[in-house]
Design a protein around this ligand. Structure first.
Ligand code: DX5
Ligand code: ZN
Length: 219
């Protein structure tokens, strides 16, 4: 039986209480903490940077699954590694050399993730795929929580699963954006290993995080 993991996005958390919110996520059974970093340039929104991540590090031992929606990204990777990121996920459009950026993340002892926007094809990362630890499939256009899931990405998830199984690659498939109780089953059946969720985890069932995480995992 495949182990399903939930990586709640703190983008939907109370930003005035981020430390306590992370504790709530851990108590509620989160497997990872998805940290959405936005620069107001690669995406039309601005969130947090390395100093905040550094301060949040002491609130949990859970892996920080850091999604860098920043461009250019290469020169900032080390800052996020030092701040306490465990997985560092970048967008191929944000680096001049994807191979160099992946190598840098791994040289820093972190897991390397690559994120595909809905319109970005698998071929942009195929040459590096054997060195990638996580493929983050965006099921919304990045920048905001609370958007509608784009079902057309299910084909991409299935294709990634086929590539992984045919070649025995080790990367995890993580899906991010609009994941909720009505689509989590079909996303997992398509091949996802990890579900990112902000709105559903924090807002459903009067914010009962434990119930929401368990419900997302149950297929
Ligand atoms: C969007 C972020 C997602 C988002 C998911 O750019 O990358 O992680 O926060 O939020 P929900 O689950 O609310 O769609
Ligand atoms: Zn994200």
């Amino acid at each position: 039986m495949k182990k399903i993991q939930i990586s709640p996005s703190i983008l939907s958390a109370d930003f005035s209480q981020l430390g306590n919110e992370i504790k709530r996520l851990e108590e509620g059974g989160a497997d990872l903490i998805h940290v959405d970093v936005m620069d107001g340039h690669f995406v039309p929104n601005l969130t947090i940077g390395p100093p905040v991540i550094k301060n949040l590090r002491e609130y949990t031992k859970l892996p920080f699954d850091v999604h860098l929606m920043i461009s250019p990204v290469h020169k900032y990777i080390e800052n996020y590694a030092k701040a306490g990121a465990d997985i560092i996920t970048i967008h191929p459009e944000a680096t001049e050399n994807l191979k160099d950026s992946i190598n840098l993340i791994k040289k820093l002892g972190k897991k390397a993730g690559v994120s595909l926007n809905p319109e970005t094809e698998i071929k942009t990362l195929i040459d590096e795929i054997e060195h990638i630890d996580l493929v983050l499939v965006m099921s919304v256009n990045p920048g905001f929580g609370g958007q509608e899931f784009m079902p057309e990405v299910l084909t991409k998830i299935k294709e990634l699963k086929d590539i992984k199984e045919k070649n025995q690659y080790h990367f995890s498939i993580e899906v991010d954006g609009g994941v909720n109780f009505s689509n989590s089953k079909i996303i997992l059946e398509a091949g996802a290993d990890i579900l990112v969720s902000g709105t559903t985890v924090f807002k459903e069932n009067n914010g009962d995080i434990k119930t929401n995480i368990e419900k997302l995992k149950s297929i």
